[in-house]
Design a protein around this ligand. Structure first.
Ligand SMILES: [Zn+2]
Length: 401
């Protein structure tokens, strides 16, 4: 149910109907390709002439192309329609505190070329380096027209000012990715929280969300992020600030978080938390705390756990327990049909998944209707999610009254 907003609405015209039908057809071709005009008419219930008119326009604008002739026992052979992947390139950027990855992709987010750079600690230096790398990607494929840049960031972007205003794991405040990159490249730039872009990845490219309206993307990395889709839309809150479950305190007396709060969920359930558990255990054994420089990485601990190292196993299981505590909170709050988990932790999901499931079962009365699925990290959900930030402008459902 959505109430009509009388201070911001658009009345319906014949153009409105055409626009809605055009979006429906474009999305249908994207998801069902190859598909014939006759099948589109059957599927949508639209008249053949309307379908022809709209598909002609989409062909003219190069959104779709006509492919091979279909095989029918008799009568005229239909021509199949495809999304024109080569119409434009999109640049996706995935920013993380240690490393930033970027790629030039086609319209279906298939990678054409990729690059990465260590993320410098100074945001201005970073933006200059990133702009150079983006221009290099474009120069390597000058034949591809570039539609725009999507940037996924480990922080919260104010939708009003477009600045990244809250990013405790980067330690940056009020960084204007959009303005800077638009000036440096001349392309349109969309910036969004990484967990939100992972939720979009699943909606646009994922295999698990067909027909779903309620799902959550849970990113577990240096911190913990949540991208919440409720009733088919990303929950954004005032100026896009909603969704910081990683910084909800689950223990007032807990450890100090980088956001300044104490006992935040991510201080218990992130890669960094796991490293802290492990170094504390090692410190206990050695009778001293391990110095910073010799701390193992989260990858090291995962590897050790697979080799049977008991302290590594316990650290990961402890993190999994707390991942379950917060996930149960999400399930009880939003009753999503699906939670997708993104991050390195999915590599040890055989160990982590059952713990998360069992804590959710114990703590949330709604847990049985929610599926929790680890996403294959080699599907690059964060990077391809950034690409979908650009893509969605052309494919998203139009909103009117
Ligand atoms: Zn926090």
């Amino acid at each position: 149910m959505r109430k009509i907003n009388l201070s911001s609405f658009q009345i319906a015209t014949s153009e409105t109907a055409r626009n809605i039908n055009r979006r429906i057809i474009l999305n249908l071709i994207r998801t069902k390709q190859p598909i014939s005009r006759a099948d589109i008419a059957r599927y949508t219930g639209l008249q053949r002439s309307t379908v022809s008119q709209i598909t002609e326009q989409l062909i003219d604008e190069q959104w779709i192309t006509e492919g091979a002739l279909g095989q029918l026992p008799r009568g005229r052979k239909p021509r199949f329609l495809h999304l024109n992947n080569e119409r434009a390139g999109i640049i996706g950027v995935n920013v993380r505190p240690q490393i930033t990855t970027l790629a030039l992709t086609d319209l279906s987010a298939n990678f054409i070329t990729q690059d990465s750079l260590p993320t410098p600690s100074n945001p201005q230096v970073f933006l200059d380096q990133l702009a150079d790398r983006i221009q290099n990607l474009r120069r390597s494929h000058t034949n591809i027209y570039c539609e725009g840049i999507g940037v996924g960031v480990p922080g919260r972007v104010n939708h009003h000012t477009q600045k990244m205003v809250f990013a405790p794991n980067l330690g940056w405040r009020n960084v204007d990715f959009k303005n800077h990159l638009e000036r440096a490249t001349g392309l349109t730039v969309e910036v969004e929280n990484a967990a939100n872009s992972c939720a979009l990845y699943e909606l646009w490219f994922g295999k698990h969300s067909e027909g779903l309206h309620d799902l959550i993307a849970l990113t577990v990395s240096e911190g913990v992020g949540t991208g919440i889709v409720a009733n088919g839309e990303i929950v954004s809150g005032v100026d896009g600030m909603a969704g910081e479950f990683g910084h909800v305190s689950i223990n007032e007396d807990g450890p100090l978080c980088r956001c300044g709060n104490t006992g935040c969920w991510e201080a218990y359930a992130s890669n960094v938390a796991t490293v802290n558990y492990y170094t504390r255990e090692i410190g206990k054994t050695n009778g001293k705390t391990t110095t910073r420089g010799t701390s193992p990485s989260f990858e090291d601990i995962m590897r050790l756990s697979e080799q049977g190292d008991q302290r590594a196993i316990e650290s990961i299981e402890r993190m999994a327990h707390y991942l379950g505590i917060g996930t149960a909170m999400l399930i009880t709050s939003f009753a999503p049909k699906l939670i997708i988990c993104v991050g390195e932790v999915t590599r040890v999901w055989n160990r982590v998944g059952p713990i998360v499931e069992s804590v959710c079962k114990e703590k949330s009365p709604m847990s049985s209707s929610t599926k929790i699925i680890p996403l294959d990290e080699f599907a690059y959900p964060r990077l391809r999610g950034a690409v979908s930030l650009v893509l969605q402008k052309h494919f998203v459902a139009p909103s009117f009254a």
